[in-house]
Design a protein around this ligand. Structure first.
Ligand SMILES: Nc1ncnc2c1ncn2[C@@H]1O[C@H](COP(=O)(O)OP(=O)(O)O)[C@@H](O)[C@H]1O
Ligand SMILES: O=C(O)[C@@H](CO)OP(=O)(O)O
Length: 378
């Protein structure tokens, strides 16, 4: 018997690896000698660094960088086991969680710290980067990141603009003469959590600006500034970034990584599926078990359980999903390769209690599933 355990992290209760371990403990009571392949998954959002580090025997690197408001913050990134690839979650350096609610203002917040994480990783000798986009406090089109890497964004009079989405109204040209030479030959893939374009009614500013503190007037200004940046990028760097799906992720950092790092944008879970060689691992499995904290009608839009289910389905392996909460419309997942899903929560209780008991609840549910499978095989 072979089980592939490929859950996402359960927000605020279990890392993906902890979820794998709890599932394995539960199944082992019926299948003590089965093969358990633990594949801690992620979709490019929070937990991606931890999952890829855990899966590859890599390490987490802590470092101080410029935070979204320009003050130092303590951030981190991961280096996978072979030492050649870094995993960066932009939110670790430039995330909304780093800015108190009353100080949120995308006119001034910068992605410079994300660029500093890249410099740190380059100093550590990496040749490729997987970058998770989402959860940002910024709307600067990745200009702060690019500034940290040596790009200069110049005003009419040749001086450099300051930080934030507001300053982009002053850019008249981009000077690439002093860019870090190590960017040549660096491979970057960006894991986007959304597929919005850079600008317009569905763009970064209109859709995600308000949650970062933008008023309706600010949204207009930010949107116009990103459109201006896209035009200057096209003229000075020869890259068309506005309409690519994902360009609007993380306040336009999606566009920025394409323009300044030559990055490819992908759906986050697909990047992790590739990085983990999931297709190889599920080939001869009897069951694939996936899951995440909450599953609902949104799960089918590229979340981890669906990304995992697609791979399992292609290999003809049945998929079981385990979740904390099952929300409205979760039945949609049946159409996307998930054969059955279960909540691990035993009954009505507070969220605090469900989060505290997560690993016990997971183990018990997995144990019941294991017993059912064992008896069905008689
Ligand atoms: N062990 C758990 N039991 C019950 N609910 C949980 C558990 N873990 C997480 N949740 C709930 O599910 C929500 C979504 O979690 P998750 O799907 O992991 O996050 P995201 O949607 O950001 O990927 C959490 O905010 C929490 O309310
Ligand atoms: O950072 C952002 O602008 C958005 C979209 O990428 O993130 P989230 O989906 O976490 O709101």
């Amino acid at each position: 018997m072979k089980f592939v355990l490929a859950p996402d992290s359960f927000k605020e209760s279990m890392t993906a690896m902890e979820a794998c371990e709890a599932i394995e403990r539960g199944l082992r009571s019926s299948f003590p000698d089965a093969e358990y392949i633990k594949v801690p998954m992620a979709d490019g959002g929070e937990g991606t660094v931890q999952s890829l580090v855990d899966a590859t025997g890599g390490r987490i690197v802590q470092c101080d960088v410029t935070g979204p408001l320009g003050h130092p913050v303590s951030a981190f990134y991961g280096i996978v086991g072979d030492g050649k690839t870094a995993i960066i979650e932009m939110a670790a350096a430039s995330g909304l969680g780093l800015v108190p609610k009353e100080e949120r203002n995308p006119l001034i917040t910068t992605t410079k710290g994300t660029g500093e994480l890249i410099v740190h990783a380059l100093n550590a000798g990496v040749r490729s980067i997987i970058m998770g986009l989402g959860g940002s406090a910024t709307n600067d089109g990745g200009v702060g990141m690019a500034q940290a890497l040596g790009f200069r964004f110049l005003r009419e009079d040749g001086t450099e603009i300051g930080y934030g989405g507001g300053s982009l109204s002053e850019v008249t040209r981009i000077d690439s003469a002093h860019v870090d030479p190590r960017l040549q030959g660096l491979q970057v893939v960006a894991a986007c959590d959304v597929d919005n374009p850079l600008t317009g009614a569905h763009g970064a500013s209109a859709i995600f600006g308000p949650q970062k503190g933008a008023t309706p007037d600010m949204v207009k200004q930010l949107d116009a500034n990103l459109a201006r940046l896209a035009n200057i990028i096209e003229r000075d760097l020869g890259k068309e970034v506005n309409d690519t799906a994902g360009a609007g992720a993380a306040g336009g950092l999606g566009a920025g990584v394409m323009a300044f790092l030559g990055a490819k944008l992908k759906r986050g879970v697909n990047i992790v599926v590739d990085a983990m060689n999931l297709a190889d691992k599920v080939k001869d499995a009897d069951y694939v078990i996936t899951g995440e904290g909450g599953m609902d009608s949104q799960t089918v839009y590229g979340k981890t359980p669906i990304g995992v289910a697609k791979v399992a389905q292609a290999a003809g392996v049945p998929v079981i999903a385990l979740a904390g909460s099952l929300g409205t419309g979760v039945e949609a997942v049946y159409e996307h390769g998930i054969d059955m899903f279960f909540s691990i929560v035993p009954g009505v209780c507070t969220l605090d209690k469900a989060l505290t008991d997560a690993s016990f609840n997971m183990e018990r549910t997995a144990r019941n599933i294991g017993t059912l499978i064992k008896h069905s095989k008689r």
